[in-house]
Design a protein around this ligand. Structure first.
Ligand code: HEC
Ligand code: HEC
Ligand code: HEC
Ligand code: HEC
Ligand code: HEC
Ligand code: HEC
Ligand code: HEC
Ligand code: HEC
Ligand code: HEC
Ligand code: HEC
Length: 319
């Protein structure tokens, strides 16, 4: 069986070489800039010889038909991806038109004498991806926690076949990708009160930019509050009377992922407020003595505008 495969392999190699020879004149005729067969051409920003010295003297085959002689299955799957479709008809620039070789480097030597010696690491693939994806959402990749933790593009993306509806993710949905490492967040999202990620109404990337950001915790906006305001605009104010705790950080009272208290609250009922306020203050006023009962909804029974008030008499957030 193995021998049969090897023989088949070498037949394919010969076929591959034959194709190469047949194609060589066309490559000459096209006269691509700097197409000197004896040296590694420079098309993208990756220095392929640095990636692997075995790339030395290799040139771009620039023809998928050659790769297809040996990699038909991989290619069939690849053709259903965004890259496959975009590059199928030549691509929009020199690098895109290299198609396979934009990510895999110049492969003439490999096609003639194939083996797995050019296999790349996650980090090396990341360099290849960044030739085309440096901008946009990846602007802060270099300084991101994910980059610093040795993740690369292929930690979350699978580009050789379509496994998700969007963004070539390695799992059918985004949260599943993240949960493979962030198991604690999966636990939080299972709690009774949670942002509707598991219902599919939003995703981790509604709040995070996993590729890097200027804010902390890979948040999309500069602060926690700015991130929350993108959807809960009414909490931004401005208010006539602001609650310092709210202005400082929504996280003072809420968990962003999930809790077992209503409304994503970190702590239940009046205990939430009593972390910072002492109940004694007004309960001793005869007016509130009986009614200020810290059970159930507790403080927010009366302090209904705890996020801020626009009422002229709302200084104590009671209206
Ligand atoms: C003559 C057959 C043949 C041709 C032509 C060929 N390959 Fe390969 N390729 C192989 C073999 C054999 C392996 C090793 C498989 C293994 O051992 O896992 C391989 C492995 C690979 C790998 C995985 C390991 C690595 O080096 O990263 C990639 C990627 C690859 N080939 C890309 C290409 C591309 C792109 C082309 C077209 C430019 C191409 N191959 C042309 C036979 C071929
Ligand atoms: C956008 C970058 C990119 C392009 C374009 C690309 N590949 Fe790949 N390829 C990868 C990555 C990354 C891997 C490593 C496996 C992984 O992480 O999914 C890979 C793996 C492979 C392998 C190893 C076996 C496998 O299927 O996983 C082969 C063979 C291969 N590619 C061939 C090709 C061929 C042939 C083309 C062009 C038709 C091509 N690739 C285009 C990025 C690319
Ligand atoms: C030669 C340029 C090039 C290279 C190299 C490249 N890409 Fe792309 N990629 C594109 C283009 C063009 C698109 C189409 C969308 C666009 O214009 O941004 C795209 C789209 C994508 C998308 C979005 C897919 C979708 O369905 O929305 C992802 C994810 C992606 N690339 C990841 C990668 C990863 C990971 C790598 C490295 C393994 C990589 N790309 C390498 C050019 C490239
Ligand atoms: C920690 C997981 C993770 C890593 C690492 C990662 N991505 Fe993504 N990527 C995602 C998710 C999730 C999405 C879809 C959500 C979105 O659009 O932001 C995405 C979307 C994309 C898109 C399409 C949307 C857009 O922003 O244009 C591209 C292109 C892309 N990633 C490229 C890359 C490249 C290049 C790298 C490596 C530098 C990379 N990704 C690393 C998770 C990741
Ligand atoms: C391959 C594993 C892996 C995957 C997949 C992954 N992460 Fe991470 N993530 C890490 C590591 C490692 C860190 C570093 C902090 C740590 O040790 O927890 C991190 C940190 C983070 C942080 C905190 C950053 C900070 O500055 O404190 C956020 C937020 C995050 N990841 C979100 C996501 C999201 C959203 C996804 C899915 C799109 C995702 N991660 C996918 C491994 C992963
Ligand atoms: C509603 C917005 C929102 C959504 C949706 C969201 N996060 Fe977060 N995430 C945050 C905020 C806010 C923080 C805390 C920031 C801080 O205070 O540092 C955080 C912190 C994190 C951290 C670092 C701290 C920790 O808990 O380990 C990770 C990892 C993380 N999120 C992953 C995820 C993943 C994975 C998903 C999707 C399943 C997700 N987040 C969905 C807002 C969100
Ligand atoms: C991408 C939009 C989006 C962002 C950003 C966002 N939320 Fe939400 N939030 C929602 C949606 C959707 C719901 C569910 C509303 C519903 O079920 O009716 C929700 C519900 C809530 C609830 C009420 C939960 C309940 O059970 O009553 C709280 C509290 C909340 N979010 C706080 C926050 C905080 C704090 C942040 C910032 C860390 C934030 N949200 C960021 C979309 C968002
Ligand atoms: C001082 C504690 C506290 C802070 C800080 C806080 N909240 Fe709340 N929030 C609450 C309480 C208590 C409830 C539940 C009210 C109820 O049950 O009537 C709530 C409910 C909510 C709700 C659901 C009901 C509604 O009013 O729409 C949303 C959404 C919400 N908060 C968003 C936010 C956002 C966004 C921030 C940051 C700007 C924030 N909260 C900061 C205490 C707080
Ligand atoms: C993280 C700490 C913190 C939490 C939790 C908190 N507060 Fe506050 N609260 C403050 C601060 C700080 C002020 C501003 C005090 C000042 O200006 O003297 C304030 C002001 C107030 C005021 C106005 C006080 C005055 O003297 O004008 C009321 C009423 C109030 N909070 C009610 C609540 C209620 C109700 C809750 C629970 C839903 C709550 N607070 C939770 C920190 C907190
Ligand atoms: C029965 C209604 C009611 C309940 C319940 C209630 N409060 Fe009040 N609280 C008030 C009113 C009314 C004022 C305004 C008093 C004033 O204007 O002099 C007030 C004032 C305050 C003040 C401002 C300090 C002061 O003495 O003026 C704080 C802080 C406060 N409440 C916190 C809380 C906390 C924390 C809880 C829950 C443990 C709570 N309140 C429960 C009605 C209530």
């Amino acid at each position: 069986m193995k021998l049969a495969k090897r023989i088949l392999g070498s037949w394919r190699a010969i076929l591959g070489m034959g194709l190469l020879l047949a194609l060589a004149p066309t490559a000459w005729a096209q006269g691509t800039a700097g197409a000197k067969p004896a040296e590694t051409q420079k098309v993208g920003s990756v220095d392929w010889v640095k990636v692997n010295p075995a790339f030395a003297q290799a040139t771009y085959v620039k023809d998928k038909a050659v790769c297809a002689t040996c990699h038909e299955d991989s290619m069939k799957a690849y053709e259903g991806t965004m890259h496959g479709r975009q590059f199928m008809h030549g691509g929009k620039n020199a690098l895109q038109s290299m198609d396979c070789e934009s990510c895999h480097g110049p492969r003439s030597k490999h096609a003639a004498d194939p083996d797995a010696s050019l296999k790349m690491s996650t980090k090396q693939y990341t360099q290849a991806c960044m030739q085309c994806h440096q901008g946009g959402g990846r602007m802060h990749w270099q300084s991101s926690r994910h980059q610093a933790s040795e993740l690369g593009c292929t930690s979350c993306h699978t580009v050789m076949k379509r496994q998700s509806d969007k963004a070539l993710l390695s799992k059918p949905n985004e949260a599943a990708v993240c949960y493979s490492c962030h198991t604690n967040v999966r636990g939080e999202m299972q709690k009774s009160s949670h942002h509707p990620v598991r219902e599919g109404k939003m995703s981790c990337s509604s709040c995070h930019n996993t590729h890097g950001s200027t804010g902390k915790s890979l948040l999309k906006a500069a602060t926690v509050n700015e991130t929350c305001y993108t959807c809960h605009q009414e909490k931004r104010g401005p208010f006539l009377f602001e609650h310092a705790a709210v202005r400082e950080n929504c996280g003072n009272c809420h968990s962003a992922h999930g809790t077992n208290n209503p409304s994503l609250l970190e702590t239940k009922g009046s205990f939430l407020c009593l972390q910072c306020h002492s109940y004694g203050g007004h309960i001793n006023l005869p007016r509130y003595n009986r009614t200020s009962n810290p059970y159930g909804q507790g403080c927010v029974n009366c302090h209904t505008t705890q996020h801020g008030s626009n009422s002229p008499s709302g200084a104590k957030f009671t209206r």
